[in-house]
Design a protein around this ligand. Structure first.
Ligand SMILES: Nc1ncnc2c1ncn2[C@@H]1O[C@H](COP(=O)(O)OP(=O)(O)OP(=O)(O)O)[C@@H](O)[C@H]1O
Ligand SMILES: [Mg+2]
Length: 366
């Protein structure tokens, strides 16, 4: 097989079974040199299994792993030279901060003077200058997290594997560490493969996001691609909220598609070049809540939209979530600014016109 020089690691038709449990199936994924790639998916979708095989802690049941074009499928973990930060980050509690960070260099038999210099520099780079002599227990959760990252980065691995490294931290610390991680990725130039089930974290940090579901890669793309052009209802729902309307009679008209919802035409300008879905299959129109506007019923029929009855409001400070329901009981969720002209007159039980521009609807077939 010819391997592109841009590809650093190639996962080729990887599969993994644990006895009767099928953890991962037919995963082909090309990891680019220097990228921040996130594996995102619900619990049990195969993210950690993928990372464990990449690290060399688990052997795949099928498929191969290449690094720089060389087959490393059977290579033991300690010969792969990848940095690893897994959940719980298991620092050595009987060692100081500096001793923890120095550990991978000691194992590699680096000279002591060199170790001291590199650990000193690393402490500064991760914002722990002057804390090298501390006991691990004297550090906050975020500081411990930084020690774990420093320990994984000290031997300058070409690839850093991170499995939910921020999940034990509270919200604020987690956000701080996200910024820190992004900065480190940029500064160190290391390829990062990061696992999370937090979609905001994935969108905020990654160059590309791989969305997993039931042991399969469901979609791979930039954060914008997976959010704005989800390929399935699963991806649309997993990455933020979405409104899904079951639509039929899809046809092409000039440079748009038109479909029917409750005998009303709805226009779509996204994905017009793609083949029309099979007439006997099911199709859905997906629209993000932030793209739906709320108007008085008198505007009904004006542009692309549906009539729906207001259910309730949730005030969130920066915006307001409005939940409505169509006459066929389809929920419609909206996100409107706190300055919206209708906000103070909204009444539960009343019908409103919920509209969106035709660029914002997205047709899905599964
Ligand atoms: N050592 C194991 N033995 C048996 N089954 C396992 C083992 N490790 C994982 N599995 C199973 O494989 C499937 C995928 O697990 P995996 O740990 O990869 O999920 P995950 O996406 O990392 O989930 P989470 O977000 O909960 O960490 C699950 O059904 C899990 O129960
Ligand atoms: Mg996991």
């Amino acid at each position: 097989m010819s391997v592109s020089p841009e590809h650093f690691v190639d996962l080729l038709q990887l599969g993994k079974s644990y006895g009767e449990t099928r953890a991962l199936s037919d995963l082909t994924l090309h990891i680019k040199r220097g990228e921040f790639l996130t594996l995102l998916g619900p619990s049990g979708s195969g993210k950690s299994t993928t990372l464990m095989m990449l690290a060399g802690f688990e052997q795949p049941s099928e498929g191969r792993i290449l690094c720089n074009g060389q087959d490393i499928t059977g290579l033991p973990a300690d010969q792969r030279n990848f940095g690893v930060v897994f959940q719980g980050y298991a620092l050595f509690p009987h060692m100081t901060v500096a001793q923890n960070i120095a550990y991978p260099l000691k194992v590699r038999k680096v000279a002591q003077a060199d170790i001291n210099e590199r650990v000193g520099r690393m402490l500064e780079r991760v914002g722990l200058a002057g804390k090298g002599g501390r006991n691990i227990k004297q550090l906050s959760g975020g500081q411990q997290q930084r020690v774990a990252l420093a320990r994984a980065l000290i031997f300058e691995p070409p690839l850093l594997l991170l499995d939910e490294p921020l999940s034990a931290l509270d919200r604020r610390l987690r956000q701080e560490m996200q910024v820190e991680l992004a900065r480190m990725h940029k500064e160190f130039g290391t390829t990062f493969v990061f696992v999370t089930h937090d979609q905001e974290e994935a969108l905020a940090l990654s160059d590309r996001v791989a969305v997993f579901n039931h042991g399969r890669l469901e979609q791979l793309g930039t954060p914008q691609e997976v959010y704005e052009r989800p390929g399935s209802r699963f991806v649309a729902n997993f990455l933020g909220d979405t409104n899904l309307l079951s639509v039929g009679d899809i046809s092409r008209r000039d440079d748009a598609l038109v479909c029917s919802y409750q005998s009303r035409p709805l226009w779509i300008t996204q994905g017009v070049q793609q083949p029309l879905p099979a007439a006997d299959g099911q199709s859905w129109l997906a629209i993000r809540p932030e793209h739906v506007d709320l108007q008085p019923l008198a505007q009904a029929g004006n542009g692309n939209g549906v009539v729906a009855q207001m259910q309730h409001l949730t005030y969130l400070g920066t915006h307001v979530n409005v939940d409505l329901r169509t006459p066929d009981a389809q929920p419609i969720a909206l996100r409107i600014p706190v300055s919206h002209p209708l906000l103070n007159s909204l009444e539960p039980g009343q019908p409103y016109w919920c509209s969106w521009s035709k660029e914002h609807g997205h047709l899905l077939t599964h």
